[in-house]
Design a protein around this ligand. Structure first.
Ligand code: PEP
Ligand code: MN
Length: 355
């Protein structure tokens, strides 16, 4: 349920309504806009007495939100949410710019991650990805370097200034990963690990939530709701492909999900054509298609020697391929009234003013 306050409602009236909500055993979530304040009411529908709220001073109207994901729903907040990763404006999701996040599937060593970070930055990427804790199907496969891997990522950030996005696998690791990362990734296999979602919701770093490989859009948004309802508004949704009968790709990258999510939610939506296809040769076309479909960002696996990558080499492109891809992304972005790769231009400007 959403309580829309009248234009000019006083702070006391808003506070009174919030108190009524809390007295009813529900959670209040005020959203203060330039013209209007609305109070989103979260909790058991049976406790919601619409009539009582309509009577309160300063209330304009009370509207039920039909979606089971109240805070993620577009009705709750008509404008898109901007999610900033790292300091400054170089990597912001949900605005005009379409940031490209690139890097290896796994962090494989300090020099390797520093080298690839320099290369992707040069190509125009806005952030560095890399897994330190890896969710592996087989327990005998490489599981990632853990905290050492996080330290290597931090070293690459110190060298390049690129913010880092890395996966967290368990609720007990959330504080550790958040102490290094600029953005926490929740992987497809953990997308309905509700305790992990809640733990990520209780810390302040932005969260990139991947779609579960067999998740409906409704379930995806309810997973996001777990994070939002714990108090963290900075959620980025990531379409990374789903399991279908089709086997020419590792997953089926469901591009129509992107505009559908924009229709339902204010949260930014990024696309991962690497996991979405499983084949490096498909990544460039599906990256362009993702931006054309309205993606607010891309997550790309990039490795300097894909043939010898410890994980996901088959779907990793080289930094040279990324450098060739970027100018085409810039043009596709322009065609759909977006921008891509501006981080490179603003870095170049900053370098000129600093020198
Ligand atoms: C990854 O980004 O390397 C990863 C493990 O992704 P997903 O959870 O989508 O499989
Ligand atoms: Mn991977």
């Amino acid at each position: 349920m959403i309580i829309v306050m009248r234009p000019g409602a006083t702070p006391q009236q808003v506070e009174h309504v919030r108190q009524m909500v809390r007295d009813a055993g529900l959670k209040d979530h005020p959203i203060v806009g330039t013209d209007l304040t609305v109070v989103a009411v979260i909790g058991d529908d049976r406790k919601k007495d619409k009539g009582a709220f309509e009577q309160a001073p300063g209330v304009d109207r009370v509207m039920p939100v039909l979606a089971p994901y109240k805070m993620a729903a577009l009705e709750t907040r008509k404008r898109k949410t901007l999610v900033r990763v790292g300091e400054g404006d170089l990597c912001v999701f949900g605005g005009q710019e379409v940031p490209v996040v690139a890097g290896p599937c796994s962090v494989e060593g300090e020099q390797a991650i520093i080298d690839v970070a320099h290369a992707i930055k040069h190509a125009g990427a806005a952030a560095l990805r890399g897994g330190a804790f890896k969710p592996r199907t087989n327990p005998y496969s490489f599981q990632g370097y853990g905290e050492d891997g996080l330290k290597m990522l931090a070293a690459a950030r110190a060298e390049t200034g690129l913010p880092i996005i890395t996966e967290v696998l368990t609720p007990t690791d959330v504080d550790l990963v958040a102490s290094y990362a600029d953005c926490l990734q929740i992987g497809t296999r953990n997308s309905q690990n509700f305790k992990l979602l809640e733990a990520c919701g209780r810390q302040p770093k932005p969260v990139l939530l991947k779609r579960g490989m067999s998740m409906t859009i409704d379930e995806f948004l309810q997973a996001a709701e777990y994070i939002l309802s714990e108090g963290n508004p900075n959620v980025i949704l990531c379409e990374r492909g789903i399991r279908t009968f089709e086997d020419h790709t590792r997953n089926t990258l469901s591009l129509s999900t992107i505009p559908e999510l924009h229709y339902r939610t204010h949260l930014p939506v990024v696309s991962d054509p690497s996991h979405g296809t499983g084949h490096a040769r498909l990544v460039a076309d599906m990256s362009r298609a993702s931006i054309a479909a309205g993606a607010d960002g891309l997550l790309l696996e990039v490795h300097q020697d894909p043939e010898h990558a410890m994980t996901d080499g088959a779907q990793s492109i080289t930094p040279e391929a990324l450098a060739k891809l970027m100018p085409t992304l810039v043009r596709v972005a322009e065609a759909v009234d977006r921008r891509c790769g501006s981080a490179t231009a603003s870095r170049a400007r900053a370098a000129m003013t600093n020198s």
